[in-house]
Design a protein around this ligand. Structure first.
Ligand SMILES: CC(C)(COP(=O)(O)OP(=O)(O)OC[C@H]1O[C@@H](n2cnc3c(N)ncnc32)[C@H](O)[C@@H]1OP(=O)(O)O)[C@@H](O)C(=O)NCCC(=O)NCCS
Length: 325
């Protein structure tokens, strides 16, 4: 008999079981993807997120073995207070026995008790998560293409182009004080990114919030690299990349945006090519970069293909609309 119970205190032992369950789940479905490290899981379970808090559940057998995990991220900022994000994994040896459904029921009840109307989760294309989400009433709201860039083979030639009227700025971690206001304005340009039918709300960036995001990453031991294009005191565009703690072979692309008034000047490609050059010079351990783009984000996909990113795999965002009381 499987027990479903909330996690009230995250111990090191629970983090170890969580990591092992996620690793087994991924090994079954996506054997070529590196599972999260123990340190990453510990940070995910214990460190505060940006404008969000988390609830966790474990599924255990009668003798205490963990066979499933569920995490619910509850957003707390005004633009996203309707939203919860679900992570759910059941060990491959224990699937099709109703454990995933019971973990989902626990998470759904908690989300409803928190007045959420929208529950989002991610599934790899063509894998059991797809069938599960469909069977449990989720709608597919966005398809994401994940691309990989081989850093050694990338075309960073655009970094040499002279973009008259623009200059590059580059930093690690928290944005320099004198750029914080301009950076917050530019981050808000992400709000018009294509997100399909997803009920994702909006994020409002302020200088304090961009500093808070950098702090969340620093607390996890991750390194955040940013390159921005500046024009007469404004930030015209930027790109962010994260090298996760203990996983520096594959870096992860975070936001890239060009503010509307500066679009059409090749700035997206310019800042991203400069980032490739920076990686080669400063972080030779990074062999590849992963990014994901909505399938209809044609501009970003074109920029990425020009740099040398190639299709890697596909995922889908699923949304469950929760009745509100
Ligand atoms: C998705 C996942 C959590 C399902 O866990 P589970 O314990 O097997 O789920 P359940 O037994 O409750 O399945 C409920 C229903 O989903 C559907 N389903 C689940 N897995 C399926 C599969 N491999 N093929 C077809 N249908 C499937 C079935 O309708 C099933 O009911 P049935 O067994 O009576 O036919 C598990 O496969 C998993 O960990 N996948 C990897 C992580 C993931 O993709 N998470 C994102 C989705 S939330």
């Amino acid at each position: 008999m499987i027990q479903i119970a909330p996690v009230l205190n995250v111990s090191t032992e629970i983090a170890v079981h969580w990591q092992a369950t996620v690793a087994a789940s991924l090994a079954g479905d996506l054997p070529d993807e590196a599972p999260p490290t123990a340190e990453q899981v510990q940070a995910q379970l214990c460190a505060a997120g940006l404008d969000s808090r988390r609830l966790f559940w474990l599924a255990t057998t009668a003798d205490g073995a963990v066979v499933g995990v569920a995490g619910l991220r509850l957003f707390t900022s005004a633009g996203q207070s309707h939203l919860a994000e679900l992570e759910l994994h059941v060990h491959p040896d224990h699937r099709r026995a109703g454990t995933g459904s019971r973990l989902l029921a626990a998470a759904t009840s908690a989300a409803q008790a928190e007045q959420r109307r929208s529950l989002l989760t991610l599934s790899a294309d063509g894998k059991p998560g797809d069938s599960f989400c469909t069977a449990r009433g989720f709608r597919r709201v966005l398809t994401l293409d994940h691309l990989l860039l081989n850093v050694a083979q990338a075309d960073d030639g655009e970094a040499d182009t002279d973009r008259s009227g623009y200059e590059l700025a580059s930093w690690t971690g928290t944005v320099p004080e004198e750029l914080a206001d301009a950076f917050a304005v530019a981050k808000n340009a992400m709000n018009d990114m294509p997100i399909g039918d997803m009920d994702y709300g909006s994020q409002s960036w302020t200088p304090d919030r961009v500093r808070a995001m950098a702090q969340v990453l620093a607390d996890r031991g991750d390194r955040l690299l940013t390159i921005a294009a500046l024009s007469k005191g404004e930030m015209a565009g930027f790109t962010e990349l994260v090298i996760r703690s203990g996983a520096d072979r594959r870096a992860v692309q975070y936001d890239t945006a060009v503010v509307p008034a500066h679009r059409g000047h090749g700035l997206g490609l310019w800042v991203k090519a400069a980032m490739v050059r920076r990686l080669r010079a400063e972080h030779p351990s990074v062999v590849e970069v992963e990014t994901d783009n909505a399938q209809d984000n044609t501009h970003m996909l074109a920029v990425n293909h020009q740099l040398g990113f190639r299709f890697h795999r596909r995922t889908h965002e699923y949304q469950l609309d929760l009745p509100t009381t």
